[in-house]
Design a protein around this ligand. Structure first.
Ligand code: HEC
Length: 111
C-alpha cells in the first residue's frame, strides 16, 4: 500500500515537471527573435492589453490595431503611450522602454 502511494506520488511529480517543460518550450518558440519584446509586453502592457481591461485594445485584435495605426500613425501612438492617455498610465508601466521598444510593442500587439 505504501509503495503504491509512493509510485503515485512519483508519477504525479514527473507529470508536473513535464507540464512545466512544455510551458517553457512553448514560451521559447513564441519568443524566438522577439524574446525581449514578449517579456516586456508580459511585464507591462499585458496587464491591460491582454484582457482588454479598462477598454484597452486587446493584443491580437489586428483589425482594430491596424486601423488605429493607419488613422493616427505610429509616432502618435508612441506619444500616447509615453504621455499616457485617459486610463493608460504614462509609459504604459514600462519605464525603461525607448521609442523603438514602444513601436515594437505596438507591432507585437497588432499581430
Ligand atoms: C493600466 C492599463 C494599461 C497598461 C499597463 C498599458 N495600456 Fe495601453 N491603453 C490602455 C487603455 C485603457 C487604452 C485606451 C485609451 C485610454 O482609455 O487610455 C490604451 C491605449 C493604447 C494605445 C492606443 C493609443 C492611441 O493613441 O489611441 C497604444 C498604442 C497602447 N495603449 C500601447 C501600450 C503599450 C505599448 C503598453 C506597454 C508598454 C501599454 N499600452 C500599457 C491601458 C493600458
Amino acid at each position: 500500500m505504501l509503495s503504491m502511494t509512493m509510485i503515485f506520488a512519483r508519477g504525479n511529480r514527473s507529470f508536473a515537471s513535464s507540464i512545466s517543460a512544455l510551458i517553457i518550450s512553448a514560451a521559447m518558440i513564441t519568443g524566438a527573435g522577439a524574446a525581449n519584446i514578449a517579456t516586456t509586453y508580459n511585464e507591462s502592457c499585458a496587464a491591460c492589453h491582454d484582457s482588454g481591461a479598462l477598454n484597452a485594445i486587446k493584443k491580437g485584435n489586428s483589425a482594430k490595431w491596424q486601423l488605429l495605426i493607419k488613422q493616427k500613425g505610429m509616432p502618435a501612438l508612441i506619444d500616447s503611450v509615453k504621455n499616457g492617455m485617459i486610463q493608460m498610465p504614462a509609459g504604459g508601466l514600462c519605464e525603461a522602454c525607448s521609442n523603438d521598444d514602444y513601436r515594437k510593442l505596438i507591432e507585437y500587439m497588432s499581430k
